[in-house]
Write a protein that binds this ligand. Structure first.
Ligand code: NAD
Length: 488
Protein backbone atom coordinates (compact mmCIF):
# COMPACT_ATOMS: atom_id res chain seq x y z
CA UNK A 1 0.00 0.00 0.00
CA UNK A 2 1.10 3.55 -0.69
CA UNK A 3 3.27 5.20 1.94
CA UNK A 4 2.25 8.66 3.15
CA UNK A 5 5.09 11.19 3.30
CA UNK A 6 5.47 12.93 6.66
CA UNK A 7 7.91 15.58 7.82
CA UNK A 8 9.84 14.63 10.95
CA UNK A 9 11.98 16.84 13.21
CA UNK A 10 14.11 15.13 15.85
CA UNK A 11 14.30 18.35 17.90
CA UNK A 12 16.60 19.08 20.82
CA UNK A 13 17.41 17.64 24.26
CA UNK A 14 15.60 14.30 24.64
CA UNK A 15 13.99 14.86 21.20
CA UNK A 16 16.28 12.54 19.17
CA UNK A 17 15.95 9.71 21.74
CA UNK A 18 12.16 9.78 21.97
CA UNK A 19 11.74 10.32 18.21
CA UNK A 20 13.93 7.30 17.43
CA UNK A 21 11.93 5.21 19.91
CA UNK A 22 8.62 6.41 18.43
CA UNK A 23 9.61 5.81 14.81
CA UNK A 24 10.94 2.34 15.70
CA UNK A 25 7.52 1.45 17.15
CA UNK A 26 5.72 2.88 14.09
CA UNK A 27 7.96 0.90 11.76
CA UNK A 28 7.49 -2.35 13.70
CA UNK A 29 3.72 -1.82 13.55
CA UNK A 30 4.02 -1.37 9.78
CA UNK A 31 2.77 2.19 9.67
CA UNK A 32 2.67 3.19 6.00
CA UNK A 33 4.75 6.36 6.20
CA UNK A 34 7.83 7.69 4.46
CA UNK A 35 9.85 10.11 6.53
CA UNK A 36 11.34 13.43 5.35
CA UNK A 37 13.70 14.63 8.06
CA UNK A 38 14.15 18.36 8.70
CA UNK A 39 16.21 20.39 11.17
CA UNK A 40 14.50 22.87 13.46
CA UNK A 41 15.23 24.34 16.86
CA UNK A 42 18.41 25.20 18.70
CA UNK A 43 20.82 24.55 15.82
CA UNK A 44 18.76 26.68 13.45
CA UNK A 45 18.25 29.43 16.06
CA UNK A 46 21.97 29.61 16.75
CA UNK A 47 22.78 29.75 13.03
CA UNK A 48 21.02 33.12 12.98
CA UNK A 49 17.39 32.21 12.12
CA UNK A 50 15.48 33.90 14.95
CA UNK A 51 12.39 31.82 14.15
CA UNK A 52 14.25 28.48 14.60
CA UNK A 53 12.98 27.19 11.26
CA UNK A 54 14.38 27.59 7.73
CA UNK A 55 13.12 27.62 4.14
CA UNK A 56 13.71 23.91 3.44
CA UNK A 57 11.51 22.96 6.39
CA UNK A 58 8.65 25.19 5.22
CA UNK A 59 8.89 23.56 1.78
CA UNK A 60 8.78 20.07 3.28
CA UNK A 61 5.76 21.01 5.44
CA UNK A 62 3.94 22.42 2.41
CA UNK A 63 4.66 19.21 0.51
CA UNK A 64 3.73 16.62 3.14
CA UNK A 65 1.14 18.63 5.15
CA UNK A 66 1.88 16.37 8.13
CA UNK A 67 4.50 17.18 10.78
CA UNK A 68 5.69 14.91 13.58
CA UNK A 69 7.79 17.13 15.79
CA UNK A 70 9.97 16.34 18.81
CA UNK A 71 10.33 19.08 21.45
CA UNK A 72 12.86 21.80 20.85
CA UNK A 73 14.86 24.10 23.12
CA UNK A 74 14.17 27.80 22.76
CA UNK A 75 17.45 29.59 23.50
CA UNK A 76 17.31 32.04 26.41
CA UNK A 77 17.52 35.70 25.52
CA UNK A 78 15.61 38.31 23.63
CA UNK A 79 14.96 38.06 19.92
CA UNK A 80 14.27 34.31 19.68
CA UNK A 81 10.67 33.76 18.66
CA UNK A 82 8.77 30.69 19.84
CA UNK A 83 8.97 28.13 17.04
CA UNK A 84 5.66 26.56 18.01
CA UNK A 85 3.81 29.87 17.89
CA UNK A 86 5.48 30.69 14.54
CA UNK A 87 4.42 27.37 12.98
CA UNK A 88 0.89 27.52 14.41
CA UNK A 89 0.23 31.04 13.24
CA UNK A 90 2.10 30.95 9.89
CA UNK A 91 0.40 27.71 8.84
CA UNK A 92 -3.01 28.47 10.35
CA UNK A 93 -3.03 25.59 12.87
CA UNK A 94 -6.15 26.92 14.56
CA UNK A 95 -7.00 23.95 16.79
CA UNK A 96 -4.86 22.41 19.52
CA UNK A 97 -6.24 19.10 20.75
CA UNK A 98 -4.94 17.78 24.05
CA UNK A 99 -6.48 14.59 25.44
CA UNK A 100 -5.86 13.74 29.12
CA UNK A 101 -6.73 10.28 30.36
CA UNK A 102 -5.77 8.74 33.69
CA UNK A 103 -3.95 5.39 33.59
CA UNK A 104 -4.63 4.61 37.24
CA UNK A 105 -3.45 2.52 39.08
CA UNK A 106 -0.49 1.88 36.74
CA UNK A 107 0.28 5.60 36.72
CA UNK A 108 -1.24 6.82 40.01
CA UNK A 109 -3.70 9.68 39.70
CA UNK A 110 -6.13 11.19 42.21
CA UNK A 111 -8.66 11.15 39.39
CA UNK A 112 -8.74 7.56 38.09
CA UNK A 113 -11.86 8.14 35.98
CA UNK A 114 -10.72 11.24 34.12
CA UNK A 115 -10.82 11.05 30.34
CA UNK A 116 -11.21 14.46 28.73
CA UNK A 117 -10.00 16.50 25.80
CA UNK A 118 -9.12 20.18 25.81
CA UNK A 119 -9.68 21.88 22.45
CA UNK A 120 -7.83 25.14 22.51
CA UNK A 121 -8.06 27.96 19.98
CA UNK A 122 -4.50 28.29 18.80
CA UNK A 123 -3.99 31.53 16.87
CA UNK A 124 -5.80 34.43 18.48
CA UNK A 125 -6.49 35.98 21.87
CA UNK A 126 -3.49 37.37 23.74
CA UNK A 127 -1.20 35.22 21.58
CA UNK A 128 -1.71 37.53 18.61
CA UNK A 129 1.57 38.93 19.92
CA UNK A 130 0.61 42.59 19.52
CA UNK A 131 2.21 44.36 22.46
CA UNK A 132 3.28 47.96 22.96
CA UNK A 133 4.84 50.08 25.62
CA UNK A 134 2.69 53.19 25.64
CA UNK A 135 3.93 55.37 28.48
CA UNK A 136 6.64 55.29 31.14
CA UNK A 137 4.30 53.17 33.29
CA UNK A 138 2.17 51.13 30.92
CA UNK A 139 2.54 48.10 28.66
CA UNK A 140 -0.33 46.85 26.54
CA UNK A 141 -1.13 43.44 25.03
CA UNK A 142 -3.98 43.31 22.56
CA UNK A 143 -6.53 40.52 22.97
CA UNK A 144 -7.97 39.75 19.55
CA UNK A 145 -10.95 37.44 19.20
CA UNK A 146 -12.57 37.09 15.77
CA UNK A 147 -15.87 35.63 14.62
CA UNK A 148 -14.29 33.34 11.99
CA UNK A 149 -11.75 32.17 14.60
CA UNK A 150 -14.51 31.38 17.13
CA UNK A 151 -16.74 29.70 14.55
CA UNK A 152 -13.92 27.44 13.39
CA UNK A 153 -12.77 26.26 16.80
CA UNK A 154 -16.25 25.85 18.24
CA UNK A 155 -17.44 23.86 15.22
CA UNK A 156 -14.26 21.80 15.39
CA UNK A 157 -15.00 20.98 19.04
CA UNK A 158 -18.56 19.83 18.30
CA UNK A 159 -17.47 17.81 15.24
CA UNK A 160 -14.71 16.24 17.37
CA UNK A 161 -17.27 15.31 20.02
CA UNK A 162 -19.59 13.70 17.45
CA UNK A 163 -16.80 11.82 15.63
CA UNK A 164 -15.19 10.54 18.83
CA UNK A 165 -18.27 9.40 20.71
CA UNK A 166 -18.03 12.21 23.26
CA UNK A 167 -21.21 13.34 25.02
CA UNK A 168 -20.64 16.87 26.28
CA UNK A 169 -18.85 20.07 25.26
CA UNK A 170 -18.03 22.67 27.92
CA UNK A 171 -17.20 26.23 26.92
CA UNK A 172 -14.79 28.09 29.27
CA UNK A 173 -14.80 31.87 29.06
CA UNK A 174 -14.59 34.98 31.20
CA UNK A 175 -17.38 36.95 29.59
CA UNK A 176 -18.61 38.46 32.84
CA UNK A 177 -15.54 40.71 32.49
CA UNK A 178 -14.59 40.59 28.79
CA UNK A 179 -18.06 41.00 27.40
CA UNK A 180 -17.03 41.69 23.81
CA UNK A 181 -14.10 39.28 23.23
CA UNK A 182 -15.01 36.31 25.45
CA UNK A 183 -18.63 37.32 24.93
CA UNK A 184 -18.24 36.66 21.19
CA UNK A 185 -16.68 33.23 21.85
CA UNK A 186 -19.59 32.35 24.15
CA UNK A 187 -22.20 33.67 21.72
CA UNK A 188 -20.73 31.58 18.88
CA UNK A 189 -20.67 28.53 21.19
CA UNK A 190 -24.43 28.96 21.76
CA UNK A 191 -25.15 29.53 18.05
CA UNK A 192 -23.15 26.56 16.74
CA UNK A 193 -24.00 24.35 19.72
CA UNK A 194 -27.67 24.63 18.71
CA UNK A 195 -26.79 22.65 15.54
CA UNK A 196 -25.70 19.67 17.70
CA UNK A 197 -28.76 18.67 19.74
CA UNK A 198 -27.23 15.24 20.47
CA UNK A 199 -24.34 16.83 22.41
CA UNK A 200 -24.84 18.17 25.94
CA UNK A 201 -23.61 21.75 26.29
CA UNK A 202 -22.48 23.72 29.30
CA UNK A 203 -20.67 27.02 29.85
CA UNK A 204 -18.40 27.91 32.75
CA UNK A 205 -16.64 31.07 33.77
CA UNK A 206 -13.02 29.98 33.49
CA UNK A 207 -11.99 30.66 37.11
CA UNK A 208 -14.55 28.36 38.69
CA UNK A 209 -14.34 26.13 35.60
CA UNK A 210 -10.60 25.62 36.18
CA UNK A 211 -11.22 24.87 39.86
CA UNK A 212 -13.87 22.26 38.98
CA UNK A 213 -11.63 20.79 36.30
CA UNK A 214 -8.80 20.35 38.80
CA UNK A 215 -11.15 19.01 41.49
CA UNK A 216 -13.39 16.66 39.52
CA UNK A 217 -12.06 16.23 35.96
CA UNK A 218 -14.20 13.10 35.54
CA UNK A 219 -17.22 15.42 35.12
CA UNK A 220 -15.74 16.91 31.92
CA UNK A 221 -15.64 15.45 28.45
CA UNK A 222 -14.64 17.96 25.73
CA UNK A 223 -13.65 21.48 26.79
CA UNK A 224 -13.44 24.24 24.17
CA UNK A 225 -11.76 27.50 25.08
CA UNK A 226 -9.66 30.43 23.98
CA UNK A 227 -5.89 30.35 23.56
CA UNK A 228 -4.52 31.44 26.95
CA UNK A 229 -7.11 29.61 29.09
CA UNK A 230 -6.57 26.49 26.96
CA UNK A 231 -2.82 26.65 27.42
CA UNK A 232 -3.17 26.76 31.21
CA UNK A 233 -6.06 24.31 31.53
CA UNK A 234 -4.41 21.67 29.35
CA UNK A 235 -1.23 21.66 31.45
CA UNK A 236 -3.34 21.26 34.59
CA UNK A 237 -5.26 18.33 33.14
CA UNK A 238 -2.10 16.61 31.81
CA UNK A 239 -0.49 16.94 35.24
CA UNK A 240 -3.45 15.63 37.26
CA UNK A 241 -3.93 12.72 34.86
CA UNK A 242 -0.68 11.36 36.27
CA UNK A 243 2.26 12.62 34.24
CA UNK A 244 2.98 15.40 31.75
CA UNK A 245 5.34 12.92 30.09
CA UNK A 246 2.47 10.77 28.73
CA UNK A 247 0.36 13.30 26.86
CA UNK A 248 0.45 13.95 23.13
CA UNK A 249 -1.22 16.74 21.25
CA UNK A 250 -2.20 17.70 17.74
CA UNK A 251 -2.41 21.07 16.04
CA UNK A 252 -4.83 21.05 13.15
CA UNK A 253 -5.14 23.51 10.28
CA UNK A 254 -6.47 23.56 6.74
CA UNK A 255 -2.99 23.26 5.19
CA UNK A 256 -0.98 21.34 7.80
CA UNK A 257 -1.36 19.20 10.91
CA UNK A 258 1.38 19.01 13.52
CA UNK A 259 1.73 16.27 16.16
CA UNK A 260 3.92 16.35 19.24
CA UNK A 261 4.34 15.58 22.93
CA UNK A 262 3.15 18.31 25.26
CA UNK A 263 6.36 18.34 27.32
CA UNK A 264 9.56 20.19 26.42
CA UNK A 265 13.06 19.05 25.50
CA UNK A 266 14.01 18.10 29.11
CA UNK A 267 17.68 19.15 28.82
CA UNK A 268 18.26 17.87 32.38
CA UNK A 269 17.92 14.25 31.24
CA UNK A 270 19.01 14.57 27.58
CA UNK A 271 21.39 11.99 26.17
CA UNK A 272 20.83 9.54 29.05
CA UNK A 273 18.36 7.23 27.30
CA UNK A 274 15.95 7.51 30.25
CA UNK A 275 13.17 9.77 28.88
CA UNK A 276 9.63 8.46 28.45
CA UNK A 277 8.75 8.40 24.74
CA UNK A 278 5.00 7.96 25.47
CA UNK A 279 4.01 11.63 24.95
CA UNK A 280 5.50 11.74 21.46
CA UNK A 281 4.17 8.25 20.73
CA UNK A 282 0.66 9.42 21.65
CA UNK A 283 1.12 12.42 19.34
CA UNK A 284 2.21 9.99 16.59
CA UNK A 285 -0.93 7.87 17.16
CA UNK A 286 -3.07 10.96 16.60
CA UNK A 287 -1.07 11.49 13.40
CA UNK A 288 -1.73 7.94 12.19
CA UNK A 289 -5.48 8.43 12.70
CA UNK A 290 -5.24 11.75 10.85
CA UNK A 291 -3.62 10.12 7.79
CA UNK A 292 -6.18 7.31 7.71
CA UNK A 293 -4.17 4.62 9.49
CA UNK A 294 -6.37 4.38 12.56
CA UNK A 295 -6.05 0.59 12.64
CA UNK A 296 -2.24 0.86 13.00
CA UNK A 297 -2.74 3.46 15.74
CA UNK A 298 -5.18 1.16 17.60
CA UNK A 299 -2.76 -1.74 17.40
CA UNK A 300 0.08 0.36 18.83
CA UNK A 301 -2.19 1.91 21.50
CA UNK A 302 -3.16 -1.55 22.77
CA UNK A 303 0.50 -2.66 22.90
CA UNK A 304 1.43 0.56 24.69
CA UNK A 305 -1.37 0.15 27.27
CA UNK A 306 -0.32 -3.45 27.81
CA UNK A 307 3.28 -2.28 28.41
CA UNK A 308 2.11 0.27 30.99
CA UNK A 309 -0.19 -2.31 32.57
CA UNK A 310 2.65 -4.83 32.78
CA UNK A 311 4.52 -2.31 34.92
CA UNK A 312 7.30 -1.77 32.37
CA UNK A 313 8.00 1.88 33.19
CA UNK A 314 10.56 4.58 32.50
CA UNK A 315 11.95 6.49 35.49
CA UNK A 316 9.41 9.34 35.40
CA UNK A 317 6.50 7.00 36.14
CA UNK A 318 8.37 4.22 37.92
CA UNK A 319 6.92 3.51 41.36
CA UNK A 320 7.92 0.69 43.69
CA UNK A 321 5.06 -1.71 44.29
CA UNK A 322 3.31 -0.63 41.06
CA UNK A 323 6.05 -0.95 38.47
CA UNK A 324 7.71 -4.27 37.75
CA UNK A 325 10.63 -3.16 35.60
CA UNK A 326 12.58 0.10 35.27
CA UNK A 327 13.50 0.54 31.63
CA UNK A 328 15.38 2.95 29.40
CA UNK A 329 13.83 4.84 26.48
CA UNK A 330 14.94 2.24 23.95
CA UNK A 331 13.94 -0.69 26.19
CA UNK A 332 10.49 0.82 26.63
CA UNK A 333 10.12 1.10 22.84
CA UNK A 334 11.20 -2.53 22.50
CA UNK A 335 8.69 -3.58 25.18
CA UNK A 336 5.89 -1.92 23.18
CA UNK A 337 7.12 -3.59 19.97
CA UNK A 338 7.18 -6.99 21.75
CA UNK A 339 3.52 -6.49 22.72
CA UNK A 340 2.20 -5.56 19.27
CA UNK A 341 -0.84 -7.74 18.62
CA UNK A 342 -1.65 -8.08 22.36
CA UNK A 343 -4.67 -6.59 24.14
CA UNK A 344 -4.51 -4.71 27.45
CA UNK A 345 -6.42 -6.53 30.19
CA UNK A 346 -7.51 -3.64 32.38
CA UNK A 347 -6.85 -0.30 30.71
CA UNK A 348 -9.49 0.53 28.14
CA UNK A 349 -8.21 1.19 24.63
CA UNK A 350 -11.35 3.06 23.61
CA UNK A 351 -10.03 6.59 23.90
CA UNK A 352 -8.87 6.76 20.32
CA UNK A 353 -8.94 9.72 18.00
CA UNK A 354 -11.15 9.46 14.97
CA UNK A 355 -9.40 10.04 11.67
CA UNK A 356 -12.47 11.66 10.15
CA UNK A 357 -11.34 14.83 8.37
CA UNK A 358 -12.74 18.12 9.60
CA UNK A 359 -14.87 19.83 7.00
CA UNK A 360 -13.80 23.47 6.65
CA UNK A 361 -16.88 25.60 6.22
CA UNK A 362 -16.24 28.85 4.34
CA UNK A 363 -16.73 31.86 6.57
CA UNK A 364 -19.61 34.06 5.49
CA UNK A 365 -19.25 37.63 6.71
CA UNK A 366 -22.61 39.20 7.51
CA UNK A 367 -23.51 42.69 6.31
CA UNK A 368 -23.58 45.06 9.25
CA UNK A 369 -24.46 48.72 9.58
CA UNK A 370 -21.60 50.56 11.22
CA UNK A 371 -21.90 54.06 12.71
CA UNK A 372 -19.07 56.10 14.18
CA UNK A 373 -20.28 57.60 17.46
CA UNK A 374 -17.13 58.65 19.28
CA UNK A 375 -13.45 58.21 19.93
CA UNK A 376 -11.34 57.09 22.89
CA UNK A 377 -8.15 59.16 22.94
CA UNK A 378 -5.39 57.60 25.07
CA UNK A 379 -3.19 60.28 26.56
CA UNK A 380 0.21 60.17 28.29
CA UNK A 381 -0.07 62.68 31.13
CA UNK A 382 2.19 62.77 34.19
CA UNK A 383 -0.08 64.58 36.66
CA UNK A 384 -2.06 62.86 39.44
CA UNK A 385 -5.22 64.93 39.64
CA UNK A 386 -7.85 63.62 37.22
CA UNK A 387 -9.83 66.87 37.60
CA UNK A 388 -6.88 68.79 36.20
CA UNK A 389 -6.63 66.78 32.95
CA UNK A 390 -10.43 66.58 32.79
CA UNK A 391 -10.92 70.34 32.97
CA UNK A 392 -8.10 70.89 30.46
CA UNK A 393 -9.70 68.51 27.94
CA UNK A 394 -13.19 69.91 28.60
CA UNK A 395 -11.89 73.25 27.38
CA UNK A 396 -10.38 71.95 24.11
CA UNK A 397 -12.99 69.61 22.61
CA UNK A 398 -13.29 69.57 18.81
CA UNK A 399 -15.91 71.42 16.79
CA UNK A 400 -18.42 68.62 17.02
CA UNK A 401 -17.16 66.57 19.97
CA UNK A 402 -17.05 66.84 23.72
CA UNK A 403 -15.32 64.95 26.52
CA UNK A 404 -17.66 62.42 28.12
CA UNK A 405 -15.38 60.91 30.73
CA UNK A 406 -11.86 59.80 31.54
CA UNK A 407 -10.81 56.42 32.90
CA UNK A 408 -7.48 55.32 34.29
CA UNK A 409 -6.83 51.57 33.96
CA UNK A 410 -10.50 51.22 33.08
CA UNK A 411 -11.94 53.01 36.14
CA UNK A 412 -13.80 56.28 35.70
CA UNK A 413 -11.82 59.10 37.31
CA UNK A 414 -13.47 62.13 35.68
CA UNK A 415 -15.99 63.59 36.18
CA UNK A 416 -16.80 62.63 39.76
CA UNK A 417 -13.98 60.14 40.31
CA UNK A 418 -12.96 58.81 43.72
CA UNK A 419 -9.90 60.32 45.38
CA UNK A 420 -8.87 56.78 46.44
CA UNK A 421 -8.41 55.52 42.85
CA UNK A 422 -4.75 54.99 41.99
CA UNK A 423 -3.80 56.64 38.70
CA UNK A 424 -0.95 55.95 36.28
CA UNK A 425 0.26 58.12 33.39
CA UNK A 426 -2.21 56.44 30.97
CA UNK A 427 -5.56 58.24 30.57
CA UNK A 428 -8.37 56.97 28.34
CA UNK A 429 -10.40 60.06 27.35
CA UNK A 430 -13.77 59.31 25.79
CA UNK A 431 -15.13 61.87 23.31
CA UNK A 432 -18.62 61.77 21.85
CA UNK A 433 -20.85 64.08 19.82
CA UNK A 434 -21.76 67.40 21.43
CA UNK A 435 -25.36 66.53 20.51
CA UNK A 436 -25.31 63.32 22.59
CA UNK A 437 -28.04 63.20 25.21
CA UNK A 438 -28.69 61.07 28.26
CA UNK A 439 -32.08 59.47 28.81
CA UNK A 440 -33.47 56.99 31.28
CA UNK A 441 -32.20 53.92 29.35
CA UNK A 442 -28.70 55.28 28.71
CA UNK A 443 -27.15 57.54 26.11
CA UNK A 444 -28.22 58.54 22.66
CA UNK A 445 -25.11 58.91 20.48
CA UNK A 446 -25.56 60.78 17.18
CA UNK A 447 -23.37 59.67 14.28
CA UNK A 448 -20.05 61.43 13.63
CA UNK A 449 -17.77 61.52 10.61
CA UNK A 450 -14.14 60.49 10.67
CA UNK A 451 -13.28 64.13 9.85
CA UNK A 452 -14.88 65.11 13.17
CA UNK A 453 -12.53 62.70 14.93
CA UNK A 454 -9.49 63.94 12.97
CA UNK A 455 -10.44 67.51 13.74
CA UNK A 456 -10.62 66.69 17.46
CA UNK A 457 -7.24 64.95 17.36
CA UNK A 458 -5.50 67.79 15.55
CA UNK A 459 -6.97 70.27 18.01
CA UNK A 460 -5.79 68.17 21.00
CA UNK A 461 -2.36 67.81 19.42
CA UNK A 462 -2.02 71.52 18.72
CA UNK A 463 -2.78 72.16 22.41
CA UNK A 464 0.14 69.92 23.37
CA UNK A 465 -1.85 66.83 24.43
CA UNK A 466 0.42 63.74 24.13
CA UNK A 467 -1.82 61.28 22.25
CA UNK A 468 -0.59 57.67 22.50
CA UNK A 469 -3.31 56.16 20.37
CA UNK A 470 -6.97 56.48 19.52
CA UNK A 471 -9.74 53.94 19.21
CA UNK A 472 -12.93 54.73 17.31
CA UNK A 473 -16.23 54.00 19.02
CA UNK A 474 -18.87 52.37 16.86
CA UNK A 475 -22.40 51.12 16.89
CA UNK A 476 -22.96 47.96 14.85
CA UNK A 477 -26.56 47.41 13.75
CA UNK A 478 -27.59 50.01 16.30
CA UNK A 479 -25.84 48.31 19.25
CA UNK A 480 -23.01 49.94 21.17
CA UNK A 481 -19.81 48.11 20.26
CA UNK A 482 -17.50 49.19 23.07
CA UNK A 483 -17.26 48.52 26.76
CA UNK A 484 -18.25 51.16 29.29
CA UNK A 485 -15.76 52.37 31.85
CA UNK A 486 -16.16 51.07 35.41
CA UNK A 487 -18.53 53.61 36.88
CA UNK A 488 -19.31 55.30 33.53
P1 NAD B 1 10.24 20.14 30.10
O1 NAD B 1 8.88 19.63 29.80
O2 NAD B 1 11.27 19.94 29.08
O3 NAD B 1 10.75 19.45 31.46
C1 NAD B 1 10.08 19.56 32.71
C2 NAD B 1 10.47 18.39 33.61
O4 NAD B 1 9.82 17.20 33.12
C3 NAD B 1 11.97 18.08 33.62
O5 NAD B 1 12.33 17.67 34.90
C4 NAD B 1 12.10 16.94 32.64
O6 NAD B 1 13.19 16.09 32.92
C5 NAD B 1 10.78 16.21 32.80
N1 NAD B 1 10.37 15.56 31.54
C6 NAD B 1 9.86 16.18 30.44
N2 NAD B 1 9.59 15.30 29.48
C7 NAD B 1 9.94 14.09 29.97
C8 NAD B 1 9.90 12.78 29.44
N3 NAD B 1 9.46 12.54 28.19
N4 NAD B 1 10.35 11.77 30.20
C9 NAD B 1 10.79 12.00 31.45
N5 NAD B 1 10.83 13.20 32.02
C10 NAD B 1 10.42 14.25 31.28
O7 NAD B 1 10.08 21.67 30.46
P2 NAD B 1 11.21 22.79 30.69
O8 NAD B 1 12.37 22.21 31.44
O9 NAD B 1 10.47 23.94 31.25
O10 NAD B 1 11.68 23.21 29.24
C11 NAD B 1 12.87 22.75 28.61
C12 NAD B 1 12.96 23.31 27.21
O11 NAD B 1 11.87 22.80 26.43
C13 NAD B 1 12.85 24.84 27.13
O12 NAD B 1 13.80 25.31 26.21
C14 NAD B 1 11.46 25.08 26.62
O13 NAD B 1 11.39 26.29 25.87
C15 NAD B 1 11.26 23.89 25.72
N6 NAD B 1 9.86 23.50 25.47
C16 NAD B 1 9.57 23.05 24.23
C17 NAD B 1 8.29 22.61 23.93
C18 NAD B 1 8.01 22.12 22.55
O14 NAD B 1 8.91 22.05 21.74
N7 NAD B 1 6.77 21.74 22.25
C19 NAD B 1 7.29 22.61 24.92
C20 NAD B 1 7.63 23.06 26.21
C21 NAD B 1 8.91 23.50 26.48
Amino acid sequence: MEKIPITVAYGDGIGPEIMTATLNILEAAQARISVETVKIGEQVYLSGQTSGIDGDTWESLRRTKVFLKAPITTPQGKGYKSLNVTIRKSMGLFANIRPSKAMHPYVPSKHPEMDLVIIRENEEDLYAGIEHRQTADVMQCLKLVTRPGCERIVRFAFEYAVNNGRKKVTCMIKDNIMKLTDGLFHQVFKEIGAEYPQIEKESKIVDIGAALLADSPENFDVVVTTNLYGDILSDITAQIAGSVGLAGSSNIGEHLAMFEAIHGSAPDIAGKNIANPSGLLNGALMMLSHIGQGEVADNIRKAWLKTIEDGVHTGDIYEKGVSTQLVSTSEFAQAVIDRLGMEPEFLKADSKTSGKAFHFYPYVRKDVKKELVGCDVFVDWRGDDANEIGQMLDSISGEKMKLKMITNRGVKVYPNGFPETFCTDHWRCRFISKEATKHSEGWDYPELSFDDVLNLQSQLSSEGVDIIKTENLYKFDGELAFSLGQGE
